[in-house]
Design a protein around this ligand. Structure first.
Ligand SMILES: *Cc1c(COP(=O)(O)O)cnc(C)c1O
Length: 356
């Protein structure tokens, strides 16, 4: 008899799988989703477009028209190429696979996005986490020392960072890029519409910088599309490890359609930015709630007892993320995705009730 543990890698057997909570019926403020649906005439038009897609055909592996349109709409420099991924998550895995030389290392500030370390682990690469300062800003000194010691193949800088919401400062990033002249720096701009800052226009200024984006946080989490922008020498190497048909025809058609209607998603993001400001003010006003500055569509909040607040919200059918156990710098911290105006009102009301 063959059992999984006879066959599967021991380090894989030891992993507890990523828990995605059952969220039906909840106000969902746990996963940085855009809370707004596509407005009506648009969703109908999209439906018609989707109905015409040839489901019996494989997708185009490098859809030239779509890539050109993406480059144009997203102001991607002419001398850069684009690689599409099934979410940025896939791109992160492709980067790890492509860079997994013996002894290679991937480095990122911690606490940071879990996929950076996960992808390293799966590709048998050592992950080096460099702790942020206690105020969750970048510890540039520690970063530069770690880069000198470990000579990482890849450095991830999430701009802004998840789960802290912090936007690392440009001059710090530039110091790291210049010091790490034997590393590839991946600037992860998953929250670009909420930060309204980008490195995309500067990619070709350096030989070691690529920028990664996703449509997940701006209203299209369900279609799974991420993209990597870089000089053709980098993109063509990563393209070799991409599964040939990684972007399905429905996703390609939807992105093509949505690129003509980006203003809708931009307006929704603007509303979320306004709600973020409001939510931060109202949570700050609660006794013993500390709100960290955020350039993303979520707030990191430190409370006295994170488990208690998390459970109180759960009882009120509001789901957030308790990140207290993720890293020592996040003790008693909760990550709250900014919702609609109504959802945020309910959140605040529930928080006030728990304090009574
Ligand atoms: C959500 C997130 C991503 C992953 O996005 P997908 O495209 O949904 O895979 C990547 N990076 C950061 C920092 C994120 O928060």
């Amino acid at each position: 008899m063959t059992m999984p543990w006879d066959v599967i890698r021991t380090d894989i057997l030891a992993i507890t799988s990523y828990p995605v909570p059952h969220a039906e019926g909840f106000i969902k403020l746990d996963a940085m989703e855009n809370p707004y649906a596509l407005p009506l005439p648009l969703s109908d038009q999209l439906g018609e477009r989707i109905a015409q897609v040839a489901l019996n055909r494989y997708p185009l592996p490098r859809p030239r028209q779509l890539l050109d349109k993406l480059k144009c709409v997203m102001h991607i420099p002419d001398d850069c190429d684009v690689l599409l991924g099934n979410g940025s998550d896939e791109l992160i895995n492709l980067i790890a696979t492509a860079c997994a030389k013996p002894g290679a290392k991937i480095l990122a500030p911690v606490p940071g996005f879990v996929m950076y370390s996960m992808s390293a682990k799966l590709a048998h690469i050592e992950f080096v986490g460099v702790p942020l300062n206690v105020d969750l800003t970048l510890d540039v000194g520690a970063m530069l020392r770690a880069i000198a010691v470990y000579q990482p193949a890849v450095i991830y800088l999430s701009y802004p960072n998840n789960p802290t919401g912090t936007l690392f400062c440009d001059s710090d990033i530039e110091r790291i890029v210049r010091a790490a002249n034997r590393s590839l720096i991946v600037i992860d701009e998953a929250y670009q519409l909420f930060a309204q800052r980008t490195w995309i226009s500067r990619v070709s200024e350096f030989d070691n910088v690529v920028v990664m984006r996703t449509v997940s946080k701006i209203g299209l989490a369900g279609i799974r599309l991420g993209y990597l922008v870089g000089l053709p020498v980098w993109i063509s190497e990563f393209d070799k490890v991409r599964p040939p048909y990684n972007i399905n025809v429905l996703t390609q058609a939807t992105v093509d359609f949505m690129l003509d209607h980006l203003d809708v998603l931009e307006m929704q993001a603007a509303e979320t930015r306004a709600q973020r400001a409001r939510l931060a003010l109202e949570i700050k006003a609660l006794p013993n709630f500390h709100v960290f500055p955020s350039s993303a569509n979520f707030l990191l909040v430190r409370v006295v007892d994170a488990t208690e607040v998390f459970n109180a919200l759960l009882r009120a059918w509001i789901l957030i993320k308790n990140v207290s156990k993720m890293h020592p710098l996040l003790v008693e911290c909760l990550r709250i995705t900014v919702g609609t105006s109504d959802e945020n009102t309910q959140l605040i009301a529930t928080l006030k009730n728990t304090l009574l």
